[in-house]
Design a protein around this ligand. Structure first.
Ligand code: SF4
Length: 140
């Protein structure tokens, strides 16, 4: 049985609700939906070149969550780690759910923002299972 984990790395977006969706999504995945299968790590620490973290991500799987098309998490991971196993944009979940317009409030986030984060977290958790499954197939 594989012991591998999936690292969840949200971007550092703090000024807009799209960054909040990414962060909230990461918390739901790591603390609820894919607990024991995932680890949360801090993007600035990776950018700073923290060796242990970069090595751990290289040996495991990693999902980038970004709050806009500038894709800071994806691009920084590619530069520091050299790979990203899956990538999600919070703007996509907003486009897919036009009835749930995210409220502009960041603290606290609004009800629609919470719902969007749950929806995105469900997708990310499904991807976690897929990545770990693929990894187990390779181990067999
Ligand atoms: S991806 Fe967009 S929202 Fe996230 S840190 Fe970069 S600029 Fe900010």
């Amino acid at each position: 049985m594989s012991e591998k984990k999936v690292y969840i790395i949200p971007c550092s977006g703090i000024g807009k609700v799209f960054g909040s969706i990414g962060r909230k999504t990461a918390y739901i995945v790591v603390n609820e939906l894919a607990k024991d299968k995932t680890n949360l790590e801090c993007l600035p620490l990776i950018v700073k070149g923290k060796k242990e973290v970069i090595e751990a991500i290289k040996e495991n799987k990693v999902i980038a969550l970004d709050g806009c098309p500038l894709k800071c998490s994806y691009n920084d991971l590619m530069e520091a780690v050299g790979k990203v196993d899956a990538h999600f944009l919070t703007t996509d979940i907003v486009k897919e759910n036009r009835d749930l317009k995210p409220e502009p409030s960041i603290i606290p986030v609004g009800e629609n923002t919470k719902q969007l984060s749950i929806k995105l977290a469900e997708k990310v958790a499904a991807e976690v299972d897929k990545l770990l499954e693929k990894n187990m197939e390779r181990d067999d």
